[in-house]
Write a protein that binds this ligand. Structure first.
Ligand SMILES: NC(=O)c1ccc[n+]([C@@H]2O[C@H](COP(=O)([O-])OP(=O)(O)OC[C@H]3O[C@@H](n4cnc5c(N)ncnc54)[C@H](O)[C@@H]3O)[C@@H](O)[C@H]2O)c1
Length: 268
């Protein structure tokens, strides 16, 4: 449990779901401190209670360049350096399909979802690159089965997560050899992932969709829906210089086997 001993990380959207599980795991792996960029200040107290002075909290929106820069500043001020930036904050589109959109809603949903899911990652990369160059650190982005396959959302979410594949590849190319850039692509996971305001679904959770867990479990060969903790080892591996020194522009799929989707008939 010491793969990240004395490392410092920054995680966006670390107050819940996959981000919070990665935060817990990084600390368990010996990270000396983790900066977190969270949108809702009301969650700061609960986070301080759980993590104490092991975290440095910045409250802000990932769509803001200033918030991302402030998060990097707060992290390096509190812990002296930055080794890994995890871009993770995201919104989902609740399967909003093309035929259900009018033009204005399609535009608003596109702008909101791409701003959080793609621009948010770009701004986090921009803000953290100088500090990561100094440490020969790395970036890790949370992608999705929707980064590779249809059906993990509507066209807006799926396009946004596909766009992040291009972002990883281009950043890995531009920032080499100083900074490694990789991704983890979870499949359906039990989290409070929310929808966009533009669709009036800012408080509607993915995991509240009736039958969602069973549908995910049924759709993948491994036959279960993941918990956030199931993905965290991949982030640790990619963050670890010792264990991933030669790995950049890689995306680890942690989705129960979407690549070979469908379950084989069980033999007696
Ligand atoms: N849950 C799934 O089934 C699943 C599957 C594949 C990929 N993902 C991806 O995992 C990542 C984490 O999501 P999660 O499932 O843990 O859900 P989550 O809702 O627990 O985490 C998302 C986080 O992003 C934050 N966030 C959203 N908009 C923000 C903004 N504008 N500024 C700052 N923070 C903002 C939220 O507050 C939240 O903390 C997302 O990128 C999501 O697309 C989730």
């Amino acid at each position: 449990m010491d793969w990240l001993k004395n490392d410092v990380a920054l995680i966006t959207g670390a107050n819940s779901g996959i981000g919070r599980a990665v935060l817990r795991r990084f600390i368990a792996e010996g990270a000396s401190g983790v900066g977190v960029l969270i949108r809702n200040g009301a969650q700061a107290d609960a986070m301080r209670e759980e993590f104490g002075d092991r975290i440095a909290i910045t409250v802000g929106d990932v769509r803001s360049p200033d918030a991302n820069e402030e998060a990097v500043r707060a992290t390096t001020k509190a812990f002296g350096k930055l080794d890994t930036m995890v871009g993770n904050a995201g919104v989902w589109d609740h399967f909003a399909s093309l035929r259900k959109f009018d033009g204005a809603t399609a535009k608003a949903t596109f702008e909101e979802v791409f701003a959080v899911n793609v621009l948010g990652y770009l701004l986090a990369a921009h803000a953290s690159a100088p500090a990561l160059r100094e440490t020969n650190g790395s970036m890790i982005f949370t992608l999705s089965n929707a980064s590779f396959y249809a059906g993990g959302g509507g066209p807006v979410y799926v396009a946004s997560k596909h766009a992040c594949v291009g972002l990883i590849r281009q950043l890995a190319y531009e920032l080499a050899p100083d900074v490694r850039v990789n991704g983890v692509a979870p499949g359906g996971t039990v989290t409070p992932l929310k929808g966009p305001e533009s669709l009036g679904k800012a408080d509607r959770l993915l995991s509240d969709i009736p039958g969602f867990s069973d549908a995910v479990a049924e759709a993948v060969p491994l036959g279960f829906i993941a918990q956030p903790e199931d993905h965290t080892g991949h982030y640790v591996l990619l963050a670890s210089r010792e264990n991933s020194r030669a790995t950049t522009a890689e995306i680890i799929q942690s989705d129960g086997g979407w690549e070979v989707r469908g379950r084989p008939a069980r033999r007696a």
